[in-house]
Design a protein around this ligand. Sequence first.
Ligand SMILES: [Fe+2]
Ligand SMILES: [Fe+2]
Length: 470
Amino acid sequence: MSELDEKIPNNVGLSTDKRLQRALEKWQPNYINWWKEMGPLGHQADNVYLRTAISVESGGWANFDHVKMPDYRWGIFLEPKTEGKTIGFGDELGKPVWDEVPGEHRNALRRLIVTQGDTEPASVEQQRRLGDTAPSMYDMRNLFQVNVEEGRHLWAMVYLLHRYFGRDGREEAEDLLNRRSGDDDKPRILGAFNEPTNHWLSFFLFAMFTDRDGKYQLAALAESGFDPLARTCSFMLTEEAHHLFVGETGVGRIVQRTCELMKKDPNDDARAQGGIDLPTLQKYINQWYSVCLDLFGGESSSNAADAFAAGLKGRYKEQSRFEDHVCLEGVKDMTFVEGNKLVTKEVAVRTAMNEYLREDYIVDCQRAVDRWNKTIESAGINFTLKLPSSRFHRSIGNYAEHSFDPEGNLISAAEFEAKKGEWLSTPEDEIYVTSIMKPCLEPGKIANWIAPPRRGINGQPFEYEYVKLA
Ligand SMILES: [Fe+2]
Ligand SMILES: [Fe+2]
């Protein structure tokens, strides 16, 4: 194995591609500078029990060891190529997949890759201050694992830009390190990735709802006729699964602990016991979920139709779940606002691609909420967490210019303003939630507001020293 392959594990023949090597060698030091400046604050010298991918084979992609994050081996991995693969949908259905970027789709593909790539460093930036308030060593380790893997996902997209897009690809790769989450002058591209993630409740909801959007975007790109993109995204999905686990179980453990605290309290008041009460949790769910629904784009979208027609971005599990991969016929019912009422109209299937993906996402989110509700139910508490209507609190698409209540009823802007504090987290909620985020960094100990996990990482016990603080 060459020294380069040792430093940057890969299955893309990096040590034999001089042009790519030169491009990455210029980019890599800037990446490390970005990581040191914007990665986990104050924890760069800690030894963290991390999973590193060193190959795509089972057993190769999950190597566990204590490493300092700046020394993490960010690799470049594509799922192995399937010979004879054909484009699975759109106007070019059945033709061979592309191994190079087709000229006519160059701009659209670059935009898809840059938009996906931009979310990866953005989330690291959003989460950079959370280490110091970790509720346990186990959680701290999971945060850092998610962070280094988002760093690797940036590498994955930058590889595509460098390898397939020439000079403008290199410029885009630089820009991915120059934008900053929440910055007024050079913000990240998508709204949810500029939202503050100030505490662990938001972190878990981010990993639950925002990373889950990532799963569906990656799955749609994994269908792409541009084969290197499809293979890159397929491998990223294996890592993404852990992020979703961190989010879903993180919220689940909060729910469990909240129920315990309610039972302890004479007035069933979780806040009085230093926990996160269920109505507050509901407000944060409303907040994050609605912001994440926007990430799928407008309900009816000519961009989405073009990307489908061109064979660039398919539906979730396009191959296994659908019969018609051309979608030139048929319509989908969609709700629009006209005057001051909701009307249903038919939209061409291709134009509704964003909405199909969003609907699959919603089903997946509901599954998680149902699990949380089981916990509440088994504790004998009468409360049901709910996903708000997909019309509630939207900034993009059919409902953006209008106000809705969480049930999806059209209301006036004034009524929304008046009720906003009941539906979405308030500055007071932020102050309260932030106030209980006391670090708990002794192995085996856990903060008061969250239950311990059922098991540890990679067969290690919860008490394991997941992070050796510097
Ligand atoms: Fe990612
Ligand atoms: Fe992720």
